[in-house]
Design a protein around this ligand. Structure first.
Ligand code: 26Q
Length: 790
């Protein structure tokens, strides 16, 4: 771990393994050599952790997720191994710039947003808490697309993140599993009248695992993230080869390998795609076979303790075919009877829901399911039959309820309701914030809550403070540690010990200085990457997240236009300079989200090139928002925008990352905002907007046009939009956006919240002008110890 050995290790890898010398100009190889050196230091601890869990023989959890949005690994590994300073010195000795090496690591962008990053934060925290938790996911060849902005519009580029190899993973072909697709089922009855089902004539593929070490924070524990890659089987090729089609048989490998080729964007248009169902089944089957093979290796065919020793956490419904797959494996492969298998399944599966939006609830056409996974479809029908019998015993004669609760939705084409499958097959169902969990019980899953209230619970999301404070904002972390010790790194509630220091003038001064430094770094990053000058004294107002109508980036833009209009009218007494930064990706098929990006860029162009505006107001769209960008952005933000329509954002997690770095929040009573506000105190949170109940009530008689007519400011904002002020040479391109906010059916109610949002923003400005007051709030806000579950 010391400097000398790090230097020697680096030279060894750089010179002998990678074959580079001092003439090599690319920082990439230096990054690789350093990553190899750091990775070596994880391997021994990895084996020890594996053996320790084996010996402890405790219950283990497996986090099944189609997404792990890991971002970069190097700086996190260095932090957790406690070798930051040694590496810093070693690189200095070698004449290398550590920052540059860190920045040449590509993000592992194997996720869309919140749900994928939550999985990554959880496995980090589990390693730190020394919990025996393994992540299971897919090793996509292409992660989340990278976003370019051309003429203000999003252009997607494939993200071939593995192009230069991946130092952190180890392939483990010895744990390969075979996955069946297609074919048909045959039922045989033996001499004793026992029924046995065979799934035959299948087209099989292989799932090969790649393991990544997940180090805990300075505790010697290294857990595992195991990602599956799809490959062709040997005989798959051979069949065709024997028929003489050599080239075709090799080409056919592609069909198998396509399965893990690309991460699906979170996009309503991608619903129902067969390839996505193949991906989901690959994850479910390979992971369950893996755990069962390990179990059988230790306990033979005795599954009596299986549920007591294993559980599978389903990250949304994406892996929920696992419920049926575990039944199949136990019954068809290990000979258990239905009741035994069902008892085990119901006591090992747990389901986390991440959305209330009805369009986001997964459904698969029965026909497609039958064709791709015939045996699984049969099992789902059997589960449904048993389940509906239970429902009718509970509510005799209640046919409506049976129709509502059935795992199969009837209609022109039958569909499997994956959320219901997950609920029926699990011992626990949770939402991701208190409000969200309450709404699941009272709304979406009400029937199920009435049947099994004991299954339902809440687990408010959390984020890892190691990556989201210690690693991304070392200066602030240092100040906190100097003030209250370093216990907060593994016990976030200790941040409450900062509270008295909000009254300490000297501490406030240091806090302010550290935050200004972070803003300067963000400004430099923007300047380098996007060639724009920002003013460090301005209020940095940031909204970064996926672009979605319910997240209301549009409301943010309406406010920016309102500020622009005020400057143009000369209404600038007591003005607060403001830089509004917006970033995020739109799903490639989401028309409105893409229009919103275009609008942001067009408004930005008009504002930023108007000399009347100057430093009073800037609007910047930050392209290609991703994990490594957030690590640069959140330390430098003053104000975090959490402005979703109440009841629509399940939790939000960006809100937590901003607050722990000392930003204040403007937000609605939605998701985890509500709990954050309770923790930090109402006076430290800029609240606005309708409540979830008010949104629901208003939806019956919403009249945005009359709201506009009664609000002069809003009228002017709408006029600027409608007269084409931001699209002078592109007529009508924003008509659909204008129509959407003016529609009485607008589910996001942007217009309804405009006035109260503007008022809250006025309070923000007032507070920002009183610097001492703002710093006090920043300290209290960041550090009242909101914890979530990380
Ligand atoms: C669906 C169908 C086809 C292809 C992809 C998908 C798909 C992919 C990803 C659907 C949804 C997702 C991701 C959802 C997500 O990130 N939800 C967020 O989860 C966070 C963690 O719980 C919450 O904080 C956010 O509120 C929630 O929006």
């Amino acid at each position: 771990m010391d400097e000398e050995h790090l230097v020697a290790g680096f030279k060894h890898y750089y010179g002998h393994r990678l074959g580079r010398d001092e003439h090599c100009k690319s920082p990439h190889y230096a990054y690789e050599a350093l990553a190899m050196v750091v990775s070596d230091r994880l391997i021994e601890r990895w084996k020890e952790t594996y053996n320790a869990y084996r010996e402890a023989d405790c219950r283990r959890a497996f986090y099944l997720s189609m997404e792990f949005l890991m971002g970069r690994t190097l700086s996190n590994a260095m932090l957790n191994l406690d070798i930051n300073d040694a590496v810093d010195n070693a690189m200095y000795k070698l004449g290398l710039e550590l920052e540059e090496l860190i920045d040449s690591e590509p993000d592992a962008g194997l996720g869309n947003g919140g749900l994928g990053r939550l999985a990554a934060c959880f496995i980090d925290s589990c390693a730190t808490l020394q919990l025996p938790v393994t992540g299971y996911g897919l090793r996509y060849e292409y992660g989340m697309f990278s976003q370019d902005i051309v003429n203000g519009e999003q252009v997607e580029k494939p993200d071939h993140w593995l192009r230069n190899g991946n130092v952190w993973e180890i392939e483990r072909p010895e744990y390969t599993h075979r996955i069946k697709f297609g074919g048909r089922t045959e039922t045989h009855v033996d001499d004793f009248g026992n029924k046995k089902v065979y799934w035959v004539d299948t087209h099989d593929i292989l799932a090969v695992p790649f393991d990544t070490p997940i180090p805990g924070y300075r505790n010697g524990t290294v857990n595992t993230l195991r990602l599956w890659k799809a490959t062709a089987t040997e005989e798959f090729d051979l069949q065709e080869f024997n028929a003489g089609d050599y080239a075709e048989s090799v080409a056919a490998k592609n069909t198998a390998e396509n399965i893990t080729m690309v991460l699906y964007p979170n996009d309503a248009n991608e619903n129902g795609k067969a390839l996505r169902l193949r991906q989901q089944y690959l994850l479910a089957s390979a992971s369950l076979q893996d755990v069962i093979a390990n179990w059988v290796g230790r306990h033979g065919n005795d599954f009596s303790e299986f549920a007591a020793k294993n559980c599978f956490q389903l990250n949304d419904t994406h892996p929920s075919v696992s419920v049926a797959e575990l039944m199949r494996l136990l019954i068809d492969m290990y000979g258990l009877d239905w009741d035994e298998a069902w008892h085990i399944t119901r006591n090992t599966m747990a389901y986390t829901n991440h959305t209330l939006l009805p369009e986001a609830l997964e459904r698969w056409p029965v026909d497609l399911f039958k064709q791709l996974l015939p045996r699984l479809m049969e099992i789902i029908f059997d589960i449904n039959a048993h389940f509906l019998a239970e429902v009718s015993a509970h509510w005799p004669g209640d046919i409506d309820r049976l129709t509502r609760m059935s795992l199969i939705e009837e209609g022109p084409q039958q569909q499997v309701r994956m959320a219901y499958l997950a609920i029926v097959g699990s011992y626990s169902v949770n939402g991701v914030a208190e409000l969200h969990s309450k709404l699941l019980q009272q709304g979406l899953f009400r029937d199920f809550y009435e049947l099994w209230p004991e299954k339902f619970n809440n687990k408010t999301n959390g984020v890892t403070p190691r990556r989201w404070l210690a690693a991304c904002n070392p200066e602030l972390a240092q100040l906190i540690t100097e003030t209250i010790g370093d216990g907060w790194l593994t016990d976030l509630s200790q941040l409450k010990n900062l509270k008295p220091f909000a009254d300490d003038k000297a501490f406030r001064k240091r806090w302010y200085q550290v935050r200004q430094n972070a803003k300067e770094r963000l400004i430099n990053y923007k300047k380098q990457e996007h060639d724009i000058e920002l003013d460090a004294d301005a209020l940095f107002d940031v909204q970064v997240k996926r672009i979605h109508e319910y997240k209301r980036q549009l409301l943010n833009v309406l406010h920016v236009i309102y500020l622009y209009d005020r400057i143009k009218r000369g209404d600038t007494v007591d003005w607060t300079n403001r830089c509004v930064l917006i970033g995020g990706k739109a799903a490639p098929g989401y028309y409105m989200a893409k229009k919103i990006i275009k609008l942001i860029n067009n408004v930005a162009h008009v504002i930023n090139s108007d000399p009347d505006i100057g430093n009073k107001l800037k609007l910047v769209f930050m392209p290609n928002y991703r994990v490594s960008a957030m690590e640069k952005i959140c330390p430098g933000a003053d104000l975090s925008e959490q402005i979703s329509t109440a009841g629509k954002e399940a939790s939000g997690t960006g809100n937590m990352k901003f607050m722990m770095n000392g930003a204040l929040t403007i937000g609605t009573l939605d998701g985890a905002n509500i709990e954050i506000r309770e923790e930090v105190g109402h006076e430290n949170f800029f609240l606005f907007g309708l409540t979830e109940e008010q949104v629901e009530e208003l939806s019956h008689h919403y009249d945005p046009v009359s709201i506009i007519n009664q609000d002069e400011d809003l009228q002017r904002v709408m006029n600027l939009l409608e007269c084409g002020h931001f699209n002078q040479f592109e007529p009508n391109i924003f008509d659909d956006i204008i129509a959407s906010v003016k529609s009485p059916h607008d589910p996001w109610m942007t217009i309804a919240d405009f006035r109260s949002y503007v008022n809250a923003q006025n309070h923000v400005e007032e507070a920002y002008r009183d610097k001492e007051h703002w710093i006090r709030m920043s300290i209290l806000k960041a550090h009242n110890g909101f914890q979530g579950v990380s």
